[in-house]
Design a protein around this ligand. Structure first.
Ligand code: F6P
Length: 359
């Protein structure tokens, strides 16, 4: 292993720079040269790189974002090109293979969520020596207990809930906080419990508006003049569907969710006459410094990825199982979405605390 490359793909999250730093630091101890690929797989298609050394990663541990840049479009196996007015999809995977050969890359580390890791898995099947590192604020990868970035996003959401509590109480309002998470409710559930929500609405448990109204009215009958509701962007009413905000052409999953809390707030106001307000936290959840937990996890994942390459373990992903860092086959990492178990301990804990899921 003389020369490795690293790329960050998909939506950014706190901790990406910490992974890059840890990879470079460990590689330098083994006299391995590290090349950073700019803007995810796009840099591998177009040949855009950045030489990484100890100097270039100095001071990166706490910095949000990624110094390499990222994109959630540009899938080399299905690359969107303009053909007149139309958009056609072409296979650019050979360009990637050519660049890796030309640069004499012995190992590639792909830091990404399910979209980027799926692409990594396809390249692994073509013989590219790849190791994946699981990142996403959504925590929706089934082969690991935690992705880095998730805990930082939950911390941001809890901070927002603390702030919403004080203003909700002053004005006797119903306050909705919409959080990200795509098709899963991990951020909403954990932030909702840690932030003292009264109602948590997640995609795994379609809500019945009548049940949410009952929960709000029950609080008022107990003398509480305000209510806090955490809504996952993927939440949907019983028998309803996702609220789509936009479609992003060229993205592995073009659907962007968002705005369901406005529908919910309108219904609550109409059925209770209580003043109801919405805050959509959006990309604030993806920005800023990683928490100590995420810095540690990112550092463990980065060094473990280099160790996999040194051991000749390719086509795998670093993962957290309990308190141990392990490696799992990439294929198992991208096969299945990890959703919130609706009869699991966390949901039960919330219910034991009197939190309603609108079910
Ligand atoms: O996967 C991370 C995530 O932040 C999701 O929670 C959210 O649905 C999506 O990405 C937003 O993507 P974009 O930045 O393209 O709007």
């Amino acid at each position: 292993m003389k020369h490795i490359a690293i790329l960050t793909g998909g939506g950014d999250c706190p901790g990406l720079n910490a992974v890059i730093r840890s990879v470079v630091k460990m590689a330098s101890q083994h006299n391995i040269k590290v090349t950073g690929i700019k803007n995810g797989f796009s840099g591998l298609i177009h040949g855009k790189t950045l030489r990484l050394n100890l100097q270039s990663v100095s001071g990166l541990l706490h910095r949000g974002g990624t110094i390499l840049g990222t994109t959630n479009r540009d899938n080399p196996f299905s690359y969107a090109c303009k053909s007149g007015e139309a958009c056609i999809y072409v296979d650019k995977s050979q360009d990637v293979l050519d660049h890796l050969k030309q640069w004499e890359i012995d190992g590639l580390i792909v830091v990404g969520g399910d979209g980027s890791l799926h692409i990594a898995n396809q390249f692994a099947a073509l013989g590219v020596p790849i190791v994946g590192v699981p990142k996403t604020i959504d925590n929706d990868l089934s082969a690991t207990d935690y992705t880095f970035g998730f805990e930082s996003a939950v911390t941001t959401a809890v901070d927002a809930l603390d702030k919403l509590h004080t203003t909700a109480e002053s004005h006797h309002r119903v306050m909705l906080l919409e959080v990200m998470g795509r098709y899963t409710g991990w951020i909403a559930l954990q932030a909702g419990i840690a932030g003292g929500a009264d109602v948590i609405v997640i995609p795994e448990i379609p809500y019945d508006i009548k049940k949410i109204i009952t929960a709000i009215k029950k609080r008022r009958s107990l003398g509480k003049s305000f209510s806090i509701i955490v809504v996952a962007e993927g939440a949907k009413a019983l028998g309803g569907s996702y609220t789509i905000q936009r479609l992003v052409e060229g993205s592995p999953d073009p659907q962007r969710l968002g705005g369901v809390s406005h529908h919910l707030a309108n219904d609550i106001e109409a059925l209770t006459t209580l003043e109801t307000r919405v805050t959509i936290l959006g990309h604030l959840q993806r920005g800023g410094s990683p928490t100590a937990f995420d810095r540690l996890l990112a550092s463990r994942y980065g060094t473990a990825a280099v160790q996999c390459l040194l051991d000749g373990k390719f086509g795998c992903m670093t993962a957290l199982h309990g308190s141990e860092i392990v490696s799992v086959p990439l294929a198992s990492a991208v096969g299945e979405l990890k959703t919130v178990p609706i009869h699991g301990e966390l949901v039960q804990t919330a219910k034991n605390l009197g939190i309603s899921f609108g079910d």
